[in-house]
Write a protein that binds this ligand. Structure first.
Ligand code: NAI
Ligand code: CS2
Length: 490
């Protein structure tokens, strides 16, 4: 085993960044760039205060008990790992609901921190559902109970948009310039969508505040990329063999990318030397990654989980699934992308297949399968519509959609039951109960979910027919037959 180790920077830092969503990705991606920046530059003024708004109080307290230091293991493969100690998180806060059903333990401390003139940047990884937007048209979900709460109780918010609005309102009232908001979640136009959520919510409270936010707050877009699976007991055991006994540790791949729109009125770390790519337009990179990497992940997740396959590595170890991914990426996703000159999408597809084949990561398909209703619009459906409108065909995507619909039943093709983790899980269950035996009616019922399926795609008779036939094949003949029917003459 080849192990490279990096200690944390010695300096005590000053907090200028507040992060919402103290999950694994934040700790293994953004925090690593900031740690490396502090190491190289000696500039300790970009320390982070990280908060969890949903679950994870134990993590917040464990980080506090560990003096906010934790480890990241970056695996190139099973035999090559870089171990980093991270010290840029200077504070951890919890504003979610605790086991006693109490909300907002550290909410006031979080809002005070965000309203402080020292805070210049707020970053987020709260998952796609944490913005409470309709995935297909970007409207704020005002009926959602948590958004409704934040509309009725704007000074004690429970959602990320609510916390941003209250903090910005306090800055405006105090005459403090607005902080910059940098979304680091896998959403298309993620900066603009975050702005939309915040401005729509602010408009429910005070039209002038909404206008001020529109005018004064920068919401740069970013493309974020590093595969960081949820930690397992095996991962902790592997780290223990390397002498790392750290409950807050995270494991990820060695590859890392961050492409960021350069719009930071209150300044930002000079992190280009750490590999952060500052660009004028992130959209081509974001769309490429969402459709090719994340689109492939979701294809593996639903098809693989139905066949009882556990991890991405296990799935791409199969020729049939690896061939399916290559076909999907090069024949359905790549033709819909307009990339800067010199971008080689074949090479990008090869690099993704190599990353998926990283034998050191146990990236569970069930983790990726989570929140399909929040992910598939940008990963598959916008691209499929563009491909069909250009006269192309999308058989792999149609098979993917059929597998997703079948997956939402909560039983795999071998009768094994699993939980469906999705904000729309109840809706899916009701649709299966109502139409489960009739693929045609079931598929058309799912296509009625315009929060997920763009109406123009739901009206595309050819696409609907290919999803129905793929669904019928999966349900009646199984996995291999469904893959084989991809090549069947239509
Ligand atoms: P995680 O499960 O470790 O953490 C999820 C975080 O989101 C937690 O802090 C949780 O409290 C918070 N959260 C969940 N639902 C929320 C809600 N409704 N409102 C507010 N906060 C909420 O997951 P991880 O790995 O940190 O991923 C988080 C996000 O990061 C992903 O959804 C994705 O957008 C982005 N990402 C993840 C990558 C990965 O490989 N893990 C890579 C690239 C992006
Ligand atoms: C994955 C992503 O869980 C998922 O949906 O597709 O988290 C993926 O690992 C990252 O986007 C890779 O950068």
């Amino acid at each position: 085993m080849s192990t490279t180790r990096f200690a944390a920077a010695a300096q005590e830092g000053q907090v200028s960044i507040v992060h919402l969503g103290l999950g694994a990705f934040h700790r293994a991606h953004q925090a690593v760039y900031l740690e490396r920046y502090r190491q190289r530059s000696g500039d300790a003024t970009w320390g982070v205060s990280s908060a969890n708004l949903r679950g994870g109080v134990a993590l917040v307290d464990a980080l506090r008990n560990a003096g906010y230091h934790y480890h990241v293991a970056e695996y190139a493969d099973r035999d090559h790992v870089t171990l980093r100690a991270i010290g840029v998180i200077e504070e951890a806060l919890f504003s979610g609901r605790d086991d006693g059903d109490q909300w907002g333990r550290d909410l006031e401390a979080l809002l005070v921190r965000m309203a402080s003139p020292e805070t210049r940047l707020v970053t987020l990884t709260v998952t796609e559902k944490g913005y409470f937007l309709n995935p297909s048209d970007g409207r704020l979900l005002r009926d959602d109970p948590l958004i409704a709460h934040d509309i009725d109780h704007p000074h004690s918010p429970r959602t990320a948009p609510g916390i941003l609005v209250e903090a910005l309102a306090r800055r405006r009232a105090a005459g403090t310039p607005a902080f910059t908001v940098l979304c680091c979640d896998n959403m298309p136009d993620n900066g603009r969508r975050t702005r939309a959520a915040v401005v729509q919510l602010a408009a429910c409270r005070d039209a002038e505040l909404a206008e001020w936010i529109e005018r004064e707050v920068a919401f740069p877009c970013s493309m974020v990329d590093r595969i960081v699976p949820a930690m397992t007991a095996d991962d902790h055991a592997r780290l223990a063999e390397l002498g790392v006994d750290d409950p807050n540790a995270v494991v990820g791949e060695a590859f890392s990318q961050w492409v960021v729109e350069d719009d930071f009125p209150l300044g930002r770390p000079a992190w280009e030397a750490e590999g952060v790519e500052m660009v004028a337009d992130v959209a081509p990179f974001e769309t490429m990654k969402l459709r090719m990497l994340n689109g492939s992940h979701s294809l593996l997740a639903y098809l693989g989980a139905l066949e009882g396959i556990e991890t991405v590595f296990d799935a791409v170890s199969r020729d049939d699934l690896r061939d399916l991914l290559r076909r999907y990426m090069l024949e359905e996703a790549a033709p819909t992308l307009s990339m800067p000159a010199g971008t080689d999408l074949d090479a990008y597809a090869d690099s993704l297949l190599a990353r998926f084949a990283n034998d050191s990561l146990r990236h569970r398909l069930q983790q990726i399968a989570m929140d399909g209703s929040q992910k598939l619009t940008q990963r598959w459906l916008h691209g499929a519509l563009a491909r069909l409108e250009a006269g192309g065909e999308v058989p792999c995507t149609a098979l993917g959609v059929a597998a997703w619909i079948r997956y939402t039943l909560g039983v795999d093709l071998h009768g094994n039951v699993y939980p469906v983790d999705d904000p729309m899980a109840k809706t899916f269950r009701l649709l299966h109960e109502a139409h489960g035996e009739d693929p045609e009616n079931l598929v058309s019922a799912f296509f009625g979910l315009d929060a997920v399926i763009p109406p123009a795609l739901a009206e595309h008779a050819g696409f609907v027919a290919s999803v129905v036939s793929a669904y019928r094949c999966l349900a009646t003949q199984g996995f291999d037959a469904a893959l084989a029917q991809l090549d069947a003459p239509t």
